[in-house]
Write a protein that binds this ligand. Structure first.
Ligand code: DGJ
Length: 741
């Protein structure tokens, strides 16, 4: 079972990363302990304790997940919940950590198996455990058959984030089929006042924030598309009641580390117990496991805070920087990037790209990226995908002259690829029509005139690795924008026996991860971006291999203000690529000033995507200033603590964010006015997260504060007295830096 070793490796990394600069929550000791007398397991990390036990029936039962308890606190032996009616078996009412579908379980199971004799009853009981450095591995076993599930638990010492996954092993003598496999089930304290926050969207409209009350029944968050999807991101946050705010209140939250079809169910049972179960999406899922084989689930990461939705986001951001992203807890700051896509679309040429590169270098860009169009017969999106040779008409001398010029200008060179796809009009498809996902003899549905290569096939996996390895070996490339522009359709795998074909959902993603892992190992200085027609593949699985993500194909600056607030609920601004682009912007036919476009993009990792050939001298002057200002604050923006001072939700006329550096010596305030009305002044903004006693000097990046604003004042002053920003009109923006000596 070689293919699972990469994810096991990631778990090992999660355990071993030390002394990250993002250890800002509570640098306390992690503890995983077992109270043998009461059969209770306890994990402590950050401000969190997580407790579960073995009940009198042998089930692994959820006990507590919330604020950190005192070291001396002990729990009694766990007892199952006795069936309250004949319609609810004890198995159903007892909140289990990982319930098999059997023994009358009516709520969402974590694992469902069909055995060759038709038996589908699975009753998992505790068998043994092994304490690890920062967690515990628990082995469950079916009461009769040798089906073993090892539940892996670990807790992060700083953030209190609990990582859970399951390894399911067939110890019997016959194959069986797994029909549903979760990473974990989590239980919340019994209550009826929970609010669920989640992110939805579609192409060019990702990261929309939604809230709904958790009532009896099940809410499903999912992707059935074979990849993470724009439509639902594998993230949730649950507030204790409607009064939980940005700055206070109990919030439980989580994210899935999986870039294929995933599902999270949030279920309130008939006793008002709330359970969250997540892992592989059981839709169209079947994983046949031969004797001796194992299936490993994705990792489900969850956290808790009493500090409201803002602190929940900050914990996730720090955790991603410290424990998920490449860089072993020290991810590099994102360089300022130029990307050619919106300026040239497919019309890339050596001379055209060099002209843009020269202009980009003049304003301080550090990485020049050539987007789609440089390969095969790629004149538009109808042809060429799959043929990864340099187009001779556009680049008669290969890529070298462009790459050399970009390097000569002092910039890194990056290039776009879409390795998992093929246009039917390509040499690759003509040679290997059987390499795409399809059902034999059935029509193949195209999306953007392309089909999806079946990356689960070893020959496809090797083809992708080889051309990517060649591209990086033969050219001096520092950055790859890795795109993926359509979801699965007709996910057949005709080379496999019919009862093995549905493994494609797991094997495709495992192979993708293994390609990334191997490329990163062989080309350690190359950075990668996860792009999927914008933000269609952002999750804690792909983020183990990619340094940044493309947030959305919608680059309208005001729409980005909305999307960036949604994105940063779940993911760090350090990976959120944000470009300025030409106006009027195609997404909304809206024109806003270049200053506004820059200030919006500076909330994330700054890029420029305008057609620089159309810029006037004053645009270059402004861009130079903005990029220089960004370089001064980007460490704080990308790796600091984000505070949402005023939300853009509900069509609010204004919004504001603040980023504070980890050492609290610098803070950056971004304030946006969407439209002023009835002559109301801009509301006062109160800073957060500053050192109360330190003296901070304010300076504008752009815009003005009220005349009465002091130049220097204490953190307490800025947090309590606040700052009045002077703005009137439509789509205005201001930014200020606060610094201690
Ligand atoms: C979709 C991406 O999101 C865009 O940024 C661009 O790279 C195009 N694909 C290129 O085809």
């Amino acid at each position: 079972m070689q293919k699972f070793s990469l994810r096991l490796l990631s778990r090992a990394l999660f355990v071993s990363v030390l002394a990250s600069p993002f250890a800002a929550v509570a640098a306390d000791k992690t503890a995983a302990s077992f109270d043998a007398e009461h059969k209770v397991f306890r994990l402590d990390g950050g401000h969190v304790s997580y407790v579960f036990g073995v009940n009198e029936r042998g089930e692994l039962q959820s006990v507590y997940w919330g604020g950190r308890l005192q070291a001396g606190d002990r729990f009694p032996m766990t007892h199952s919940v006795k069936g309250h009616t004949t319609f609810e078996a004890t198995t159903s009412e007892t909140p289990q950590e990982y319930g098999g579908w059997g023994a009358g379980l009516q709520f969402e199971p974590a694992l469902k198996i069909t055995f060759p004799d038709g038996n589908r009853d699975l009753v998992l009981h505790y068998q043994s455990h092994k304490l690890t450095d920062n967690g515990v591995d628990i082995t469950l076993r079916d009461i009769q058959r040798d089906v073993r599930v090892v539940l892996h638990y670990s807790i992060d010492a700083n953030s209190g984030i609990v990582a859970r996954s399951a390894t399911i092993t067939n110890g019997t003598t016959e194959p069986f089929t797994i029909e549903q496999a979760a990473a974990a089930t989590f239980a919340l304290p019994r209550s009826t006042d929970y609010m669920l926050h989640y992110l939805t969207g579609r192409w060019s409209s990702e990261w929309q924030m939604n809230t709904r009350k958790i009532d009896q029944g099940e809410t499903v968050l999912e992707s059935r598309r074979g990849s993470t999807s724009h439509h639902n991101n594998p993230y949730f946050a649950i507030g204790r009641d409607a009064s939980v705010s940005e700055i206070a209140g109990d919030v439980w939250f989580g994210e899935m580390g999986w870039s294929g079809s995933w599902r999270m169910t949030i279920e309130q049972d008939s006793l008002h117990q709330v359970r969250i179960t997540g892992g592989y999406n059981p839709f169209d899922f079947a994983y046949k496991l031969a004797p001796g084989q194992s299936l490993e689930s994705p990792i489900f990461y969850v956290g808790y805070t009493s500090g409201g939705y803002g602190e929940a986001s900050r914990i996730l951001h720090r955790f991603q920087l410290a424990k998920i992203l490449p860089g072993n807890g020290h991810p590099k700051v994102r360089p300022v990037l130029y990307n050619s896509w919106e300026a040239t679309t497919f019309n890339v040429t050596e001379q055209g790209q060099i002209a843009l590169a020269e202009k980009a270098a003049s304003i301080g860009v550090e990485r020049f990226v050539m987007d789609d169009g440089w390969f095969g017969q790629r004149k538009n999106d109808h042809a060429g995908l799959g043929d990864w040779y340099v187009n001779k008409e556009k680049f008669p001398n290969g890529l070298k002259p462009l790459i050399d010029r970009v390097h000569g200008l002092g910039m890194q060179f990056g290039i776009w690829v879409e390795p998992e796809m093929v246009n039917p009009d390509s040499d690759l498809y003509r040679a290997h029509p059987d390499w795409v996902l399809h059902f034999k003899g059935r029509p193949r549905t195209e999306g953007r005139n392309q089909l999806t290569l079946n990356v689960a096939m070893p020959e496809v996996r090797d083809y992708i690795f080889k051309f990517m390895d060649d591209l990086l070996t033969k050219n001096d490339i520092q950055f790859i924008k890795w795109d993926y522009n359509r979801p699965f359709s007709e996910p057949g795998w005709e080379q496999m026996p019919p009862d093995e074909q549905k493994k494609v959902y797991v094997a495709f993603v495992d192979n993708l991860y293994s390609i990334f892992a191997e490329l990163r190992k062989k080309h350690p200085n190359v950075e990668f971006e996860s792009c999927s027609s914008g933000g269609g593949r952002v999750d804690l699985g792909i983020l183990r291999y990619t340094d940044q993500v493309w947030t959305s194909d919608n680059t309208d600056a005001y729409d980005r203000v909305i999307m960036q607030e949604g994105f940063t609920q779940a993911y760090t601004p350090g990976i959120m690529m944000a470009w300025t682009t030409d106006v009027p912007n195609g997404a909304e036919n809206r024109s806003v000033s270049l200053a506004y476009r820059f200030l919006v993009a500076m909330e994330g990792s700054l890029g420029v995507g305008d057609n620089l050939n159309k810029w006037k001298p004053e645009d270059f002057e402004l861009a130079k200033k903005m990029i220089a200002a960004y370089k001064d604050v980007r460490n704080t923006v990308q790796h600091g603590s984000l505070y949402r001072l005023a939300s853009v939700r509900d069509n609010a006329p204004y919004s504001a964010t603040e980023s504070v550096s980890i050492d609290r010596k610098q803070a950056v305030l971004f304030a946006y006015l969407h439209s002023s009305t009835l002559r109301y002044p801009y509301p006062r903004l109160f800073m957060q997260g500053l050192d109360p006693k330190a003296m901070y000097t304010i300076r504008p990046i752009y815009g003005k504060a009220d005349k009465a604003t002091p130049v220097t004042a204490s953190g307490d002053y800025w947090m309590h007295v606040g700052i009045d920003v002077q703005m009137k009109g439509d789509f205005q923006a201001s930014a200020f830096v606060f610094e201690t000596k």
